[in-house]
Write a protein that binds this ligand. Structure first.
Ligand code: TPP
Length: 404
């Protein structure tokens, strides 16, 4: 075909832009391959048990039954996660931040803890909350807008979920200093995201933890996204590489490998427990769902990413491992399905049963001592709500501020 100068120029531009797009795609594929190659791993994506001299001793006692328990835990939280999205879609809760893809990171780390250790986590760590023993009736209290906390932190040794990005790492470090002062041998474990690693709070927490050799473990779930910002924007080197700059040893593990996560967390927790100070774990995983039910990731991420990560699924590789050990039987599969269904049914029923508190309760538990400013705000708010109320039989609006 004879091309006019204009279309020839256009064809050149198209070819150049195809080359540029291809080069970017190649670079991304290479970066992904490099990242995967850098991770400590104990189970391959096809379920093969891989040797790792540093991590092996920490999971040496795990038999097939123990690995099956980890699998069941992951299956249950995956089911609870799906139930969370369904409850939000049905208007029973206001928001849900899915954990799909991060089951191994959450279960492997949470199962490395003792009951008297203390967890400081974020909104996405609902699988950790379940693993800590939060009751089905309490799990969704916050997401239903019924309370600011949701559970008694001291019943399960887990603080309320933190939404202020990174703040929980300071709380954990402060708590760890308290453990140290008490001469106890418990450990604080704090969860953070890749995005949170850029927060000032996190960097301050790392400095304090290192300065005082506090018994705290920083567990970063690098799920590759901070809402719509890809991790590469703020981390030109692995996030784990930042910790040694603070004087904190770090490790980068495959966050989709529950055995590797369990081993790395046990190692870090034991170091903290025995006076070895803080550690930083970067669990490299992927957020397979949206940031929250209010987000649509199709607007900012390439669906091809999901195809890359789907074969790295945390449950599939443990299923393959268990099959190899002859432990993924039909009975076990049924047991897991039943456990997941039972947990999901309990959470659903308990969530729907959570009553909405009266509006004036919003003003309670904010300050230890009430004060006139708060009393004025409360009175103003109740007056405002009263405008919308049907008069009662006495002709006066009720004064509970719209309790339902
Ligand atoms: C101090 C603060 N700044 C901003 C936000 C808004 N925000 C909510 S989630 C989020 C992204 C956090 O990403 P990451 O730490 O990677 O955790 P992920 O959501 O991926 O689990 C941001 C910026 C916030 N909640 N708190």
């Amino acid at each position: 075909m004879i091309q006019t100068p204009l279309s020839a120029e256009r064809a050149d531009q198209d070819a150049a832009s195809r080359t540029a797009v291809g080069a970017v795609a190649d670079a991304a594929t290479q970066a992904d391959a490099d990242e995967q190659a850098s991770l400590a791993r104990l189970v391959s994506t096809s379920g093969e048990r891989l040797p790792n001299a540093e991590l092996d001793p920490w999971v040496a006692e795990l038999d097939a039954a123990a690995i099956a328990e980890l699998y069941q835990d992951m299956a249950v939280i995956r089911r609870l996660d799906a139930e969370g999205t369904a409850l939000q879609r049905q208007g029973e809760i206001g928001l849900w931040p899915p954990l799909l893809g991060q089951e191994a990171s959450q279960i492997g780390s949470a199962r490395a803890l003792r009951g008297d250790d203390f967890v400081f986590a974020t909104y996405r760590d609902m699988g950790v909350a379940w693993a800590r023993g939060v009751r089905p009736s309490d799990l969704n209290r916050v997401w239903r807008g019924a309370t600011a906390s949701g559970w008694n932190p001291y019943e399960v040794n887990m603080a309320p979920l933190q939404v202020i990005i990174g703040a929980q790492t300071l709380h954990a470090t402060g708590y760890a200093l308290g453990i140290q002062n008490d001469g106890a041998d418990a450990v604080a474990l704090t969860y953070l995201g890749d995005g949170a690693s850029s927060q000032g709070d996190v960097n301050e927490a790392l400095i304090f933890a290192a300065s005082y050799q506090a018994p705290v473990v920083f567990f970063c779930q690098n799920n590759h996204w901070a809402i719509s910002e890809p991790v590469g924007l703020q981390a030109h080197r692995p996030i784990a590489d930042r910790a040694p700059g603070f004087g904190i040893p770090s490790m980068r593990v495959d966050g989709n490998d529950v055995l590797a996560v369990l081993a790395a967390t046990r190692l870090a927790v034991e170091r903290a427990r025995t006076g070895g100070g803080p550690s930083f774990i970067e669990a490299v995983t992927y957020r397979m769902g949206p940031h929250t039910t209010a987000d649509d990731p199709r607007k900012y991420r390439d669906p091809a990413d999901l195809e890359i990560w789907a074969p790295r699924d945390p449950l599939a590789r443990i299923e393959a491992l268990l099959r190899g050990l002859g432990a993924f039987t039909r009975e076990f599969e049924q047991q897991v399905a039943d456990a997941a269904d039972t947990a999901a049914a309990a959470v659903r029923a308990e969530t729907i049963a959570i009553a909405q508190p009266a509006a004036h309760e919003l003003f309670e538990h904010i300050y230890a001592e009430p004060h006139s400013g708060l009393a004025r705000q409360r009175a103003e708010y109740l007056r405002y709500l009263a405008q919308f109320e049907e008069p009662t039989e006495s002709g006066q609006p009720s004064t509970d501020g719209g309790a339902r």
